[in-house]
Design a protein around this ligand. Structure first.
Ligand SMILES: [Ca+2]
Ligand SMILES: [Ca+2]
Ligand SMILES: [Ca+2]
Ligand SMILES: [Ca+2]
Length: 496
């Protein structure tokens, strides 16, 4: 029984997206010389007469009529070159779905293309240190033909087994609309577990074989793609034929999964276990006109995948650096308003987006401080000063003190500075630095407090003149105070 899994997840795929054969996946079997075939297999994927053309997302294995002293066959002269690649000891698969999308472009006699598999210990190139000495088709070197077609019998293709155990059997599939169907794209596949091997063309199951009692086909197999010319099955070659091409869109292996309901193993089958990237930065949603906006999008990927950034929704005044993830720009006054933004991070499989709105506000007005410059205190007498600040935007203000003598304390809520000057402070000047921020801009101001002795004079004996300072302050405050509040409190004049 096949596993009762719902779908397939991609374990490996060669999409043939590059400009040459990916030799990490494949080996050119240039010494292959079987079945009385006439071709010389090469590893040429780059010359003008190449036998492997990877372009536009597909592999073309091209058999060419040309004389060659075959490098893989001790310079033996041959009249055709062609390609045969296998994934032996590079990409091997045990169970699951193995699928390739193939079309064969020629109908002339003499060709024999195939998409097939062999067990991984067969004594064929490349030889690895995993007992690769078994001769075909003993256990360890058995064969499964997923799609084997030959032009001298063009109306059908062969699915087949070769082994020493009587496992499986040949079943031919007849193209319902005639031989030309081989020239159209089809998905050829097997679904394989320890008990059953099923063969498919597209959605149609060609045949199913019980291999539960079979000692073979229970170890990893590799994939072969080749175009043979002539020989036992290819037979008579049309003398007018000079070139024959098998085109392969992809070869893929998938494992069963319950996490999806995919029926194919192809370029869009989900990759198992991919964890989508996670965005790790919080977007910045506010900026003032004529101020610089900058936000760096950051993301992580639990799989360590390379991440790519993009912006899919972006106002004109912003630009997004896809290399650094930095979104930046300078909104002008005419940009005041709301601007939706969507940024996307992808790990190549899953994409995650961050959508937010940037509110461009009118230019900020810096808060201002209405009092504070200089003041007087008297030793031994409680001193009290209230900082009065405001903001033309009605922003809520944060008040703080960055410098003050120890005998003063500052209440950041009320803005009240209070304390009693100690006796030894008479005649000294104390500097207090206030800082008022509206969250965007801030202003600082210095207050100088001259401490008088208990007689109301400094140590040099000069009169303080404090009364007139207080009077001036109250006058300013009175003008300012009409209806204004700070932090919800009524402003009261300086305590007497
Ligand atoms: Ca091997
Ligand atoms: Ca492809
Ligand atoms: Ca990932
Ligand atoms: Ca403001």
């Amino acid at each position: 029984m096949m596993p009762s899994m719902a779908g397939w997840e991609l374990q490996w795929i060669d999409r043939f997206d590059g400009t040459g054969v990916d030799w990490n996946n494949w080996t050119a079997q240039i010494q292959a010389n079987f079945n009385a075939e006439v071709q010389c297999y090469t590893d040429d994927d780059s010359s003008i007469n190449k036998n492997y053309d990877v372009s536009n997302g597909t592999l073309k294995i091209i058999a060419r009529k040309q004389s060659i002293n075959c490098p893989g066959l001790s310079q033996s002269p041959r009249e055709w070159t062609s390609g045969r690649i296998n994934s032996k000891d590079k990409r091997e698969f045990l169970y699951g779905r193995i699928e390739a999308r193939i079309r064969f472009l020629n109908s002339e006699a003499g060709t024999w293309p195939a998409f097939w598999m062999l067990e991984n210990r067969i004594f064929e190139d490349p030889i690895a240190n995993d007992n690769d000495f078994i001769t075909w088709p003993n256990p360890g070197a058995g064969e499964i033909d997923v799609w084997e077609w030959f032009a001298n019998n063009p109306g059908s293709y062969i699915t087949n087994f070769f082994n020493t155990n009587g496992c499986g059997s040949e079943v031919r599939y007849t193209y319902p609309n005639g031989p030309n169907q081989v020239q159209q794209w089809h998905d050829y596949a097997i679904e394989w577990d320890a008990n059953t091997i099923k063969f498919y063309i597209d959605d149609f199951m060609v045949t199913s074989h019980d291999v539960s009692a079979c000692p073979q086909y229970k170890e990893p197999m590799f994939v072969l793609l080749n175009v043979a010319m002539g020989g036992n099955l290819g037979g008579f070659i049309d003398p007018l034929l000079t070139e024959a091409t098998m085109e392969v869109d992809y070869v893929a292996h998938c494992n069963p999964t319950n996490s999806n309901s995919a029926t194919r193993c192809n370029e869009s089958t989900p990759t198992p276990g991919n964890r989508a990237p996670e965005i790790t930065s919080n977007a910045i949603g506010t900026v003032d006109a004529n101020e610089a906006y900058s936000y760096t999008m950051t993301a992580s990927d639990a799989d360590g995948d390379t991440l790519t950034f993009s912006a899919t929704v972006l106002p004109d005044w912003l630009s997004f650096d896809t290399a650094t993830g930095v979104l930046s720009g300078n909104p002008a006054t005419e940009n005041i308003g709301n601007h939706p933004v969507t940024l996307v991070v992808s790990d190549g499989v899953d994409a995650v987006s961050q959508t937010f709105t940037i509110v461009v506000s009118p230019e900020n007005n810096t808060p201002f401080i209405l009092n504070a410059d200089s003041d007087e205190a008297t030793v031994g007498t409680p001193y009290w000063f209230r900082l009065i600040a405001d903001d033309a935007d009605n922003d809520s203000l944060i008040m703080s003190v960055s410098l003050k003598p120890d005998w003063l304390s500052f209440n950041t809520n009320s803005g009240v500075l209070s304390g009693t000057p100690p006796l030894d402070s008479a005649g000294s000047s104390h500097i207090v630095f206030f800082l008022v921020s509206d969250g965007k801009d801030n202003i600082s101001q210095k207050l100088t407090i001259n401490v008088l002795d208990s007689q109301g004079s400094d140590q040099s004996g000069n009169s303080s003149g404090g009364g007139s300072t207080d009077l001036l302050f109250l006058l300013i405050l009175g003008i300012f105070l009409v209806g204004r509040t700070i932090s919800g409190e009524s402003i009261s004049p300086k305590q007497p």
